[in-house]
Design a binder for this molecule. Structure first.
Ligand code: SF4
Length: 328
């Protein structure tokens, strides 16, 4: 039986961290068992906010593929490719943009939010406003049945579905309407308690050694009530405890919770219980990553195989699109 197709992408913004692993990669790896997966480096999307400084995009893309492979994405089962090396994405983007009403783009919630957030760059660009159309092209060109999304990305996918319906109404049924594959991601705070992010300098990277992981997590923020060893705390107010919840056994969680509330355990001892699990979990990824980093040509060849596969599928779809629009 033919498997249904899943598509997802990630912007190349640097080394991947535990938040990326828990929030996306673990899910992507599991989806490979059930679906035909297309995963892409969204390097053109990175330009929508970083168009003025493109110096890191190539290096970040290379690092990201190494992280993907190390985390268990399997090029024998998934098509791993780079958006900018499949130019058909841009062609479909142009054609879809012709029939996408401007107000559809202006009402995307993240458009205004990001405009307000990013103050250090000129964001009033056509590319930034139009990136949901590019996203629609990314999805529709592979006729993806499903797109893994969290609740906050639902409006984007809904816009893709609207663009898809409009195209099909105007020119005939070319694209299936992609459905959301809702995914609940565990919340993963960084070492300072804020969301884990490279830009906050609070991340544990997949490339970190066991010593680095230990050092970073040993310093991780805890319940501020525990100023002295004898002060009781509450695990629910402790950022580090979010990692205990993910990594520790039920018995360990119970032991730690009681010890925290009764001041029976110190924060460092408590964190060490969790840290040993994080290190054990990351160890095989770290080892694979180190081996792959020694074989850049092999990694590049893997990506090029994916690019070729993606180009073949994209070219077939574009031929159908041109025929439907009477452009051939
Ligand atoms: S004892 Fe553990 S759960 Fe409690 S505040 Fe310290 S690190 Fe957090």
């Amino acid at each position: 039986m033919t498997k249904q197709r899943v598509l997802s992408g990630m912007q190349p913004s640097g080394l991947l961290h535990l938040g990326n692993l828990m929030g996306a990669l673990d899910n992507w790896r599991k989806l490979q068992d059930q679906y035909e997966c297309y995963y892409f480096i969204a390097d053109w999307h990175a330009l929508t906010t970083n168009y003025a400084d493109t110096s890191n995009i190539r290096a970040h893309s290379r690092e990201m593929v190494i992280d993907w492979l190390a985390a268990g994405l399997d090029p024998e089962r998934s098509v791993l490719f780079q958006q900018s090396l499949v130019p058909e994405h841009a062609v479909l983007h142009v054609l879809l943009s012709m029939s996408t009403p401007l107000p559809w783009l202006e009402r995307v919630p993240t458009y205004k939010e990001k405009m307000d957030q990013i103050q250090d760059r000129e964001m009033n660009t056509y590319g930034f406003l139009g990136y949901p159309v590019l996203q629609a092209a990314d999805i529709l060109i592979y006729k993806a049945h499903f797109v893994p999304v969290g609740i906050d990305q639902l409006p984007h996918l809904e816009l893709t579905r609207e663009i898809c319906r409009r195209f099909n109404q105007l020119y005939g049924e070319v694209f299936p309407e992609p459905q959301p594959l809702m995914t609940e991601y565990p919340k993963l705070p960084g070492t300072d308690g804020r969301k884990m992010s490279k830009s906050y300098n609070n991340a544990v990277f997949l490339s970190d050694s066991a010593q680095e992981v230990d050092a970073k997590l040993s310093r991780m923020m805890t319940d501020p009530r525990r100023v002295r060893r004898t002060d009781p705390g509450d695990p629910n107010d402790c950022p580090a405890f979010n990692l205990h919840r993910i990594y520790c056994t039920p018995d360990e969680i119970e032991y730690v919770s009681q010890g925290c509330r009764s001041a029976g355990i110190g924060c460092l001892d408590c964190k060490k219980i969790m840290i040993k699990h994080v290190i054990a979990d990351l160890e095989p990824i770290h080892a694979r990553r180190a081996a792959l980093a020694q074989r850049p040509d092999e990694v590049a060849a893997t990506l090029e195989r994916g690019n070729q596969e993606a180009r073949a599928v994209a070219a077939t779809t574009m031929s159908e699109v041109r025929a439907a629009m009477g452009l051939e």
